[in-house]
Design a protein around this ligand. Sequence first.
Ligand code: HEM
Length: 187
Amino acid sequence: MDPGLSLYQLLDPAVLADPYPLLTLLRNPEQMALLDADHSLIPSAVEEMLRYEPPVQHTARIAPEDTTLGGKEIRKGQSVIAVMAAGNRDPERFRDPDLFDIERTDNRHLAFGWAGHFCFGAPLARMGGQIAFSALLRRLSGISLMSQPLEWRENLGLRGLRSLPVSFKPRRAGTQTNQRQLLSTVS
Ligand code: HEM
């Protein structure tokens, strides 16, 4: 099977949203090597990708009544924006928050929101991410970023890439290097 095509299908935007999590891994080659050597780390690596670079950066709520939040007075009807991406790097919550560590165990991040509106699709997204990275690492080796400018989506809330140009070698097909673009259909 064509590795480029199967990779695209595995990174189904409905499940993983984007090839964006792969970018985080590629920007941390020592973590990529660690994961490549030990696939049992895939579940914690997926959680760390979600914590470190959450695809949904923020959400908003309208205050149902006057209240005080973090020392600020909020009036009934005012909008409050919660930046989950910032919460995921809270030094009071996470040890070395700016460190991308796929072996992190205490990792209750906010990438899927919190409480009453916690993401309905989180188990599916988690499972999809784990399956995608498992297949990707089994089929491809030497995945690396190509030196091309990245094209980001222009969406403040849903962070992600329009494409991710990478080079790689199929695991079982000798030494030939392929270059593919992982295209996202989410705009
Ligand atoms: C990596 C993929 C995903 C991420 C990062 C994500 C993130 C989120 C976040 C942050 C929220 C909370 C929004 C808020 O509180 O304002 C949310 C809610 C929700 N998500 Fe996801 N999501 C993902 C995948 C999915 C999938 C695959 C589905 C459906 C199959 C889904 C269905 C929903 C639904 C229905 C809600 C609203 C829940 C409610 O209001 O009670 N999500 N998601």
